[in-house]
Design a protein around this ligand. Structure first.
Ligand code: 13P
Ligand code: SF4
Length: 305
């Protein structure tokens, strides 16, 4: 089957199944092309919660489909590649977090959405890269446990100097491997370019950034800024829409290793097969789901940064 035939079959079957196709900004170009909605973690969770469709096909990684299952309990959530995980989310377990909470009973747990449902259920409130600072500032506790991303944690901590922050030592292998030398070199080659960085990058990288934001924040910044050249400090899947929306602008990746292998697993064939078989389904047990929903709802009530 050609790529066009695959795309047509997927769209047709999605209609028949009453399915909404959603894709994270890091998915392969062809997956973003067929999606009803593309977006960052926050936008996609909200879309899953709001849609009238009965089925959601989540082209992304496991924790994202779980977030959809938490926020849209009556719906069927399909994850075309159940093996698409997130190494950072796997760096914290509910048991490990429970132990840390016992050492800091006075702390509020702020957990990045890149985490399992069980970890969200152990948390007080979630955050994403587009609302992390607002969520942290909104907490009345003097002490915060920031879980699981140490880079996002340090970024948040720098913005809430009045609070004591205990930071979990997890990280995103894709963002964490970006090196200062790579940014310095690329900035030297393109002195007229602005550097946008995702807060999952290391603090020394963030220090060099002109703008720090979520993936969707990057679309907004590139659209609204008169600059013609941007260095992009995040996963390479973001380039497809950046280029499409800004044909007169140039986007430069500072490193060839800005690829998340998990985000690239999902193919058109996987999406078609999952719509045909209506599986693999992602479910969350009700006690965990209800608690995790509390953490996500408290996040959704917070303003964006
Ligand atoms: P956002 O899309 O929320 O910016 O998150 C990036 C990411 O790494 C998701 O796994
Ligand atoms: Fe996880 Fe990093 Fe991949 Fe996002 S880019 S899914 S944080 S490994």
């Amino acid at each position: 089957m050609t790529q066009n035939e695959l795309k047509q079959q997927i769209r047709q079957l999605a209609e028949e199944r009453d399915a909404l196709l959603i894709a994270h900004n890091y998915q392969r170009d062809e997956i973003q092309e067929i999606a009803d909605i593309t977006g960052d973690s926050l936008a996609l969770s909200m879309a899953a919660a709001k849609t009238d469709k009965t089925v959601i096909v989540f082209c992304g990684v496991h924790f994202m489909a779980e977030s959809a299952a938490i926020l849209a309990p009556g719906k069927t959530i399909l994850l075309p590649r159940p093996d698409a995980g997130c190494p950072m989310a796997d760096m914290v377990t509910a048991e490990g977090l429970h132990e840390l909470k016992q050492q800091h009973p006075d702390a509020t747990v702020v957990t990045y959405v890149n985490s399992s449902a069980a970890v969200k259920a152990e948390s007080d409130v979630c955050c994403t890269s587009s609302n992390a600072i607002s969520v942290a500032r909104a907490q009345s506790a003097a002490k915060l446990l920031l879980v699981p991303d140490r880079n996002l944690g340090r970024y948040i901590a720098a913005h809430v100097p009045d609070k004591e922050c205990i930071i979990w030592e997890g990280y995103c292998p894709t963002h964490d491997r970006l090196k200062t030398e790579e940014i310095v070199r690329i900035k030297g080659e393109h002195p007229d370019a602005l550097f946008m960085a995702h807060p999952e990058c290391r603090p020394d990288i963030l220090e060099l950034a002109d703008h720090i934001c979520s993936t969707s924040g990057m679309y907004e910044f590139a659209r609204n800024n008169p600059a013609k050249k941007f260095i992009v400090g995040t996963e390479n899947g973001i380039l497809w829409r950046l280029k499409k929306e800004n044909p007169d602008k140039e986007f430069i990746l500072p490193s060839r290793s800005l690829i998340c292998p998990n985000m690239k697993l999902t193919s058109l064939e996987d999406v078609l097969e999952c719509l045909q078989k209506m599986e693999p389904r992602i479910t969350v047990s009700e006690p965990i789901r209800a608690k995790a929903q509390g953490s996500l709802d408290r996040m959704l009530a917070a303003p964006r940064d």
